[in-house]
Every structure is written in structure tokens, then in C-alpha cells.
Design a binder for this molecule. Sequence first.
Ligand SMILES: *[C@@H]1O[C@H](CO)[C@@H](O)[C@H](O)[C@H]1NC(C)=O
Ligand SMILES: *[C@@H]1O[C@H](CO)[C@@H](O)[C@H](O)[C@H]1NC(C)=O
Length: 224
Amino acid sequence: MSNALFVVGEIGGNDYNYPFFNGGAVDEVRSFVPDVISAISLTIQELIGLGAKTLLVPNNFPIGCIPIYLTLFESNKREDYNRETGCITRLNEFAQYHNTKLLEELVKLRLLYPDVAIIYADYHKASMNIYRNPKKLGFTYPLVTCCGGKGPYNYSSNARCGRGGYSVCSNPSKYASWDGIHFTEAAYKVIAHGVLNGSYSSPPISNTCSQIVHDSVNLLHPSA
Ligand SMILES: *[C@@H]1O[C@H](CO)[C@@H](O)[C@H](O)[C@H]1NC(C)=O
Ligand SMILES: *[C@@H]1O[C@H](CO)[C@@H](O)[C@H](O)[C@H]1NC(C)=O
């Protein structure tokens, strides 16, 4: 246990997806955040109780940039969207609300367990990098689904990837979203690289797990 790296999450994504996909309002779903944070915290403490010494705890993705959310929450009000990225502002704020609460909890746990490395992995910021600088990172269609159907973001509940009636783009690496919910390998590569090189992990994972990071970065061979 003491020599292993525990990746705790990300947790919460589906706890929020389910109510959001079934018509839940942001304020209602926000009320679930304390329970989700508490479940993550108890999991971390249970692992520490079993001897874990190094844990990587990822935060939640910017759901306002994800095609299924962009489609379900489509709006004709320009002010609902971030001008630079085209993402839905209040959904990203929701994700950041969870993330702020998560970080607060991790700060408490670090004080309780000073001999344990609890690393915060900022998946949110690492993926926002893609939406803010798509061209620079090699993405032509950051908000459009590669495998899907019709619609402004090529996500359609009638033609879901793998479920019939869908089509697949010819070059997935130009897209950030694979099926409207999950990222493409190209997007995960950028996120993984950013977490491993220390830009989006705090304290930097490279300080705690230098050998893992060295091997993984060599494996990734990021183009970015
Ligand atoms: C969106 O889907 C249509 C076909 O359904 C396709 O012609 C078009 O190229 C797709 N757009 C992108 C950016 O992949
Ligand atoms: C870390 O990786 C990200 C994603 O590839 C990149 O944008 C960033 O410049 C890198 N930072 C450092 C310090 O190497």
C-alpha cells in the first residue's frame, strides 16, 4: 500500500450527469455536492487507514464544454456562453463549485495526515487548455462530437455512438470529444501530459512520483 499510487477518481461526474440528463436544475444538483465530497473524503481516509501514502485526487471536468451538455442545455441567449470558448458558463461554474469544495476538503485532510501525499489533479484546468487554445494543441473541433449524429455539436440522442444510426469522423485526433460524453485519446493525452508535467497537479506529481512520471511522459510522447 505504501509504495502504490492511488488515483481516487474522478468521482462525482456520473452523480451529476444522471440528474442533469434527467432534467435536474443546477441549483438542485448543487445541493448534492456536499454528499459527493464527503464520499470522496471517506474513500481517501479509508485508503489511508489501510496504509496508502500517495493519492492523486482529480477534480471534475468543465461539463459546459461537453457536447451532450451543450446539446441538452442549448440556449439562444448569447450571454449563456463564454465568448472565448463557446462553453456554457453556468455549467462550468457548477463544476468549479464542486472543485473548490473538493480542494477545501483536501486541505483539511493534508493537515490531518501530514505524512501522506495528497495530490490535487486539476483535470478541469488541464482540459480548459484545450478549449482556450484548440489550434495550438492540434484540435480543429474542440466542441463537436467525432462519433455521433446530427445537431449543432453532432451529438444526437437518436444516433448515439455505438447504438445505431451514428457516423464516425475520419480523424478523431482533431476532436476533443469522442462520443459526446467521453474525450478522445488526443484530448486525454493533453490532460495526462499536463497533470504529469506538474502544470496541473499540486503539489506536482513529478515531485512525489518521479519514476512513474518519467516513464509515463516517455510513453505519451506528446506532440504538444
Ligand atoms: C457533423 O456530422 C455531419 C453528418 O452527420 C458531417 O457531415 C459533418 O462533417 C460533421 N461535422 C464535423 C465537424 O465533424
Ligand atoms: C505541460 O503540459 C501541457 C500539456 O501538454 C503544456 O501545455 C504545458 O506547457 C506543459 N508545461 C510544462 C511546464 O512543461
